[in-house]
Ligand binder design. Structure first.
Ligand code: BES
Ligand code: MN
Ligand code: ZN
Length: 506
């Protein structure tokens, strides 16, 4: 479903539409838009609150019909929590509650007055961008793979917000509102693209499919793109990446995307995304339960493509390179075995002690390949370890870096975008867990600190540049009833790019 957005400056009581959204603080304190409605309605809202129907608890809502003195059909009251505690996350919770409250109802044409709320440290543009992102997130559906009949049924049932007017408090906020809206919509479209790629089944979303998507993206947005085939990778000596792909009938691809909208001499930022389109574990086969979720093992790649879509739509003045090694990890007569030794493009040799630790094997060659772009910084994004999910759960991505100021920038971008990461150690103390008797290193470091030793492995291929690694195994998708890709960390990465673009232009 698509939502049509616009920015306006008007009075809540004068909106002629299906619903007006206004906020209520705890305890029963009206926001300025709610107060304006209340005044037009002769104290009607205040009366309802006093009767105890709503306290203003964060995330609560109350839908009212035919409020006197207004021109709209409905007024949705949204709980904002304590006024002094309305920070970024609370704001997003309130916005999320407002969208959810209308998701299955009859209100299609809606005006939200939540962007007027004071959120510490954030201005109109941020609030509008978040509103657009949250509304798009809630409107997202993945029914590409459903049959005709169930699709037709869905269409008929489809309800919820179709037109969303975002109100700003003053006329001279309109420009900031428009800027925030286009930024929010660009991020939302990157997120939605990444979700689609993640949700597609592994028999559709193959390495070849990802390469085609990159070609199409490049064509639409005027990006440069190059697809390296197996023969090209053989010439480059990518023995580690090719080792992982050799058990699959699907040909591997190395996708290279370039967005060149910055100054000519400006070094590019590189994003490297893990693109395992299905991870069976290989000969070190995974257990059967939930193995279907290993279709999400290309979410790092999807986040790179999503971020490039977002920065291209914004026409962000920056130079960026996206590098995506993509293949399948399958068991087969030709697959790599535990004990095999692979020679990476860097020349370093790797003893494969577990074929299920394949992400690092494809990323290491992609990192070496990144050197040729002389990048200002490299960020890799990967659903790399189950251990990261144990460490951080599903809330924060794991962040590792060989440069503390780069780490800080990424953490900051994550906070701002409400797509958080947490800084993990990359101390040398962990490195010897990767010792091998037969090669320069082993591809696993034992159970203890599994996400850290995986990052340590990658760090050996990232010596020539400032580098950060995001382990998104816990954040890229949801399991259970709400199973689906989240589109994370497209918001974090895009915000990082925006921050960098701001720095280099000023
Ligand atoms: N793609 C997985 C990581 C993963 C596992 C992500 C579960 C999300 C949920 C990765 O390729 C993998 O299999 N990692 C192994 C590494 C181990 C063999 C050292 C893991 O985490 O078990
Ligand atoms: Mn694996
Ligand atoms: Zn994997």
């Amino acid at each position: 479903m698509t939502v049509e957005f616009s920015i306006k400056n008007g009075n809540p009581e004068k909106q002629r539409n299906d619903c007006v959204i206004v906020g209520v603080f705890e305890s029963r304190k009206l926001s300025s838009a709610a107060a304006a409605v209340d005044q037009a309605a002769g104290g009607y809202i205040d009366g309802i609150l006093r009767r105890g129907d709503m306290e203003g608890k964060l995330g609560s809502s109350l839908l009212l019909h035919s409020v006197p003195g207004t021109l709209c059909d409905r007024v949705l009251l949204v709980g904002l929590g304590k006024e002094r505690e309305l920070h970024e996350r609370e704001y997003r919770t309130a916005v999320g509650a407002s969208v959810k409250a209308l998701a299955n109802g009859g209100a299609a044409d809606v005006a939200s007055f939540l962007a007027e709320l004071p959120v510490k440290k954030q201005g109109i543009a941020w609030k509008v961008a978040q509103l657009a992102e949250v509304a798009m997130d809630s409107a997202y559906r993945f029914d590409q793979m459903k049959g005709k009949a169930s699709k037709a049924n869905k269409e008929k049932e489809s309800k919820g917000i179709a037109k969303l007017i975002i109100n700003v408090p003053q006329r001279n906020d309109l420009k900031k509102g428009e800027d925030g809206l286009s930024r929010g919509l660009a991020i939302a479209s990157g997120v939605s693209f990444a979700k689609d790629l993640g949700n597609l089944p592994p028999n559709v979303c193959t390495p070849t499919y990802l390469a085609e998507q990159a070609l199409a993206l490049a064509k639409t947005h005027g990006l440069q793109v190059q697809i390296l085939e197996r023969a090209d990778m053989e010439k480059l000596g990518m023995g580690s990446f090719l080792g992982v792909s050799q058990g699959s009938l699907q040909p591997p691809k190395l996708i290279v995307l370039q967005h060149k909208k910055g100054k000519k001499n400006q070094k590019p930022l590189a994003l490297v995304g893990k693109g395992i389109t299905f991870d069976t574990g290989g000969i070190s086969l995974k257990p059967g339960a939930d193995m279907d979720e290993m279709k999400y093992d290309m979410c790092g790649a999807a986040s790179v493509l999503g971020t490039f879509k977002a920065i291209a739509e914004m026409n962000l003045p920056i130079n960026a390179v996206g590098i995506i090694p993509t293949c399948e990890n399958m068991p087969d007569g030709n697959a790599i075995r535990p004990g095999d030794v692979l020679t990476s493009m860097s020349g370093q040799t790797i003893e494969v002690l577990n074929t299920d630790a394949e992400g690092r094997l494809i990323l290491c060659d992609a990192l070496t390949y990144a050197e040729r772009f002389e990048p200002e910084a490299v960020v890799d994004i990967a659903t790399l370890t189950g251990a990261c999910v144990i460490a951080l759960g599903h809330h924060a991505s794991g962040l590792f870096s060989n440069n503390d100021s780069l780490a800080k920038e990424l953490l900051q971008a994550g906070e701002n975008a409400l797509d958080r990461a947490w800084h993990m150690p990359l101390w040398d103390d962990y490195q010897n867990q990767l010792d091998s008797n037969f090669a320069d290193m082993a591809n696993i470091g034992g159970r203890a600190g599994g996400s850290i030793t995986a990052a340590c492995f990658l760090s050996r291929f990232a010596k020539k540049f400032d580098w950060a690694h995001l382990d998104i195994a816990g954040t890229a998708w949801k399991s259970g009833k709400e199973k689906g890709a989240t589109g994370r960390p497209v918001p974090l990465l895009t915000q990082f790019m925006i921050q960098r673009a701001g720095k280099s232009s000023s």
